[in-house]
Design a binder for this molecule. Structure first.
Ligand SMILES: *Cc1c(COP(=O)(O)O)cnc(C)c1O
Length: 229
C-alpha cells in the first residue's frame, strides 16, 4: 500500500465532511473525526497522525492497551467497542472517552474503579436506536432515567450519546436512526441540565455524511481512512 493512500483518504474524508456540514448549515469545525484503528498497523496509524488526526478509536481493550505505549501524549484515545466489567480496571485512566456505556452494572463498576483511582471517567451512553438484537446499547426510552441515576455516580461523567446504525446499502435508510438519536440528545439536554451533553457519536464509513447532516459531532471512521483501494 502506497504511503500516500492514508493521506488521500483523509483529505477526501475531510472534503466530504465539510460538504455535508455546509449542506446542513453546520460549522465543520464542530465535527471531530475519530480514526478507528482496529486491525490497523501502527505505521498506518502514525501516517494518520501526521495528517493531523488526534483522535484514535479502538474497539477492544487489549488492542488499545497494546498500541498505546507507541504513541505520545498528543493522542486522544477512544474506546468504542463493548466493554466487559472485568476489563474496566485495566482501562480506567487510560482512555479519554468510553463510547460504549451500555448497562447499569457497567456504570457502577466504572464508577467504583474510577473513584478508587481518584479520577472521573468520561463516557457516552450507547443507545440501540434500531432495536437490533445483535447490538449492545440501551433502549431509547430507558436513557433519560439511566442518565438521571448516573448523576449520583461521582466516578463517571456522562458527556453524550453514541449509536451504531444498522449496516445497509443505502445510508438514507438509516437517516431516521440518526434523527431519533439527535432528538433524544436535545431532549436530554433540555430536561436534565445537570448533565453536560456535549458529544453525539454517530456515523461510520458507510453513513457518516448522513450522520453529519443529522447532527453528529463525533464520527468514528475506519475503512474510509485506512483501506487501500
Ligand atoms: C469498526 C467500528 C467503526 C468504524 O467502522 P468503519 O465502517 O470501518 O468506518 C465505528 N464504530 C465502531 C463501534 C466500530 O466497531
Amino acid at each position: 500500500m502506497d504511503r500516500s493512500v492514508v493521506r488521500e483518504n483523509i483529505a477526501r474524508l475531510r472534503g466530504q465532511v465539510l460538504a455535508a456540514a455546509v449542506k446542513a448549515g453546520r460549522n465543520p469545525a464542530d465535527i471531530k473525526i475519530i480514526a478507528v484503528t482496529k486491525n490497523v498497523p501502527e505505521e498506518r496509524m502514525l501516517e494518520a497522525l501526521r495528517e493531523g488526526i488526534t483522535e484514535l478509536g479502538e474497539n477492544r481493550v487489549q488492542d488499545l492497551l497494546a498500541k498505546q505505549p507507541r504513541f505520545g501524549p498528543g493522542v486522544h484515545w477512544h474506546l468504542i467497542g463493548h466493554l466487559q466489567t472485568n476489563k474496566v480496571k485495566s482501562v480506567v485512566g487510560r482512555v479519554d472517552l468510553i463510547h460504549s456505556l451500555d448497562s447499569w452494572r457497567l456504570a457502577c463498576e466504572l464508577d467504583r474503579r474510577s473513584r478508587e483511582a481518584g479520577l472521573v471517567s468520561e463516557v457516552l451512553v450507547q443507545v440501540n436506536v434500531s432495536g437490533e438484537k445483535s447490538k449492545h446499547g440501551l433502549d431509547p426510552t430507558e436513557v433519560p432515567d439511566f442518565i438521571r441515576s448516573g448523576l449520583d455516580l461521582a466516578g463517571i461523567s456522562v458527556r453524550g450519546l453514541m449509536t451504531i446504525a444498522p449496516l445497509v446499502d443505502d445510508p438514507e435508510e438509516v437517516r431516521p436512526v440518526f434523527r431519533d438519536l439527535k432528538r433524544l440528545f436535545d431532549s436530554i439536554r433540555l430536561s436534565i441540565p445537570a448533565v453536560s451533553m456535549t458529544y453525539l457519536s454517530m456515523g461510520m464509513t458507510n453513513d457518516y455524511r448522513v450522520a453529519v447532516e443529522e447532527g453528529a459531532n463525533m464520527l468514528r471512521v475506519g475503512t474510509a481512512i485506512f483501506s487501500g483501494r
